[in-house]
Design a protein around this ligand. Structure first.
Ligand code: NDP
Length: 435
């Protein structure tokens, strides 16, 4: 099993992506924050500053992780960990792992999300804690997250070496690959506290909603009102995150949880990249209260909600199809399918159903189209004065096109001729008729 990550990612790819992630992503996060908050969202302005002041100038804009930043992160992380552990939820079984395990989860994401949002807005409403403080210390918080998450990943590596939680773990024999792609598929603290659910869902995705609200409140506190552009952006991002938590148990069946191990790639990404890059269109809007007008605002809002809904419906359709073993209706008809058999790492032969109608008959990863368009629509309120707010959309497009290829390669090696049959029947990878 330890060889799976080796098979999917060659050492050269791992070294290159690790080096670039380590060398480029932390400074990028700081520069993104600096440009959005202090340089009017203008890449040119930041570029000019760096040209004039050089490396020393860059070092001087990199905020030190202050005690306030650590306190905010610690309170938030402890609160989310407590909700994950203590709130009630239905017992949900994850998919069978490559080593034949069936991880069990507690589905309390919606409740944790509701408690978090009500508590956060309540703290502000009753004057106990002002979210503007988070915005005012954002650079320090990102800086603390950059270093703190690196240390966290080292701990994950050590845990994977000395105390793995399940048989879905093991070394590839290469320390860099092990650190980068992870040692364990389902690391846990005790029996119940799932670390990936914490890093990906309860810390990462939850921070997206918390920061979206923070930006909205900061604009309100600064200008005495919230612009319609900020409202559209915040509502769409919240609709997306609400959808995520509504569907969280479905997320536990996806590549992030069921295939990618808990290493630097996924955990650092969720702990640092999600709170900074994913929330960045809202970060930009705080100081750019663009007025769209009711009509345009409503058009963007409706288009964005439609995209999030279609993306949700694609995921729902596939999961409902799998859950009912194909005995469901897809777009009002019996689904067309391929019965694909494969061999597990322990040599057992199993079968999976591949849906070839509905959204999954349009293209093999059609669900990425509404995902990307949704992100485009919540960025659109920033209009086109600057490129940087659109960075997330561009990044997401590259990520999902790469992911589609990665997933196709994995499915091809898993299902062999059955996957070829699917590709013959559904020839396009993402965009019907084009790609
Ligand atoms: P999924 O894991 O949900 O789907 C891919 C898996 O589904 C395949 O590995 C295969 O797994 C199975 N599968 C493939 N084709 C079929 C089919 N025709 N019928 C039935 N099962 C099939 O994909 P993702 O994890 O990429 O996406 C999940 C959601 O997360 C999407 O909404 C996506 O947009 C979103 N997402 C968002 C990101 C972001 O950063 N904003 C990043 C990545 C995803 P098996 O081995 O079980 O056959």
């Amino acid at each position: 099993m330890g060889s799976e990550s080796k098979m999917v990612h060659s050492p050269m790819v791992t070294y290159a992506s690790m080096l670039s992630l380590l060398a480029l992503c932390p400074p990028f996060v700081i520069l993104l924050w600096y440009t959005m908050v202090h340089a009017d969202g203008s890449v040119l302005q930041t570029w000019d500053y760096l040209r004039q002041h050089g490396l020393q100038g860059f070092i001087s804009i990199w905020p030190k992780p202050t005690l306030t930043a650590w306190k905010i992160i610690a309170c938030y992380a402890a609160f989310e960990a407590a909700l994950q552990l203590l709130l009630p939820g239905k017992r949900v079984e994850g998919p069978i792992s490559p080593a034949g395990n069936k991880p069990v989860y507690k589905a309390n994401g919606v409740l944790a999300y509701a408690v978090t949002m009500v508590t956060y807005v309540g703290l502000w409403w009753f004057g106990i804690f002002n979210p503007s403080i988070v915005y005012d210390h954002l650079g320090e918080i990102f800086s603390a997250l950059i270093f703190g998450s690196l240390a966290f990943c080292v701990l994950l590596y050590i845990k994977g070496q000395i105390a793995p939680s399940s048989t879905d773990s093991g070394s590839t024999g290469n320390i860099i690959i092990d650190f980068y792609w992870g040692m364990e598929l389902y690391p846990r603290i005790g029996k119940n506290f799932d670390i990936k659910v914490f890093t990906n869902c309860r810390f990462g995705m939850m921070s997206w909603a918390v920061l979206a609200v923070t930006y909205c409140i900061k604009q309100y506190e600064t200008y005495g009102k919230v612009s319609d552009s900020m409202l559209v952006n915040t509502i769409l991002m919240l609709v997306y995150v609400t959808k995520f938590f509504w569907w969280e148990a479905g997320y536990w069946n996806t590549m992030d949880i069921a295939h990618d191990r808990a290493g630097f790639y996924i955990c650092w990404g969720c702990l640092v990249w999600v709170p900074s890059v994913y929330t960045s269109p809202g970060m930009y809007l705080v100081n750019h209260p663009v007025t769209l007008g009711v009509q345009l605002a409503l058009y963007i809002l409706v288009a964005g909600i439609l995209c999030v809904y279609i993306n949700y419906d694609c995921d729902r359709q596939r999961q409902e199809f799998r859950r009912t073993n194909g005995k469901c209706l897809v777009w009002g008809k019996a689904p067309s399918k391929i019965v694909a058999s494969y061999t597990t790492t322990t040599g057992e032969t199993k079968t999976s159903l591949l849906l070839t109608s509905g959204w999954w008959g349009l293209a093999r990863h059609f669900h990425y189209v509404p995902e990307i368009l949704g992100a485009f629509f919540w960025t659109l309120p920033a209009l086109f004065n600057h490129f940087l707010p659109y960075f997330y959309v561009v990044f997401l497009t590259i990520l999902l096109f790469d992911r589609a290829k990665r997933d196709d390669d994995r499915c091809k090696s898993k299902y062999g001729k059955y996957w070829k049959l699917y590709c013959d029947k559904v020839p396009y990878r993402i965009i019907p008729g084009i790609y």
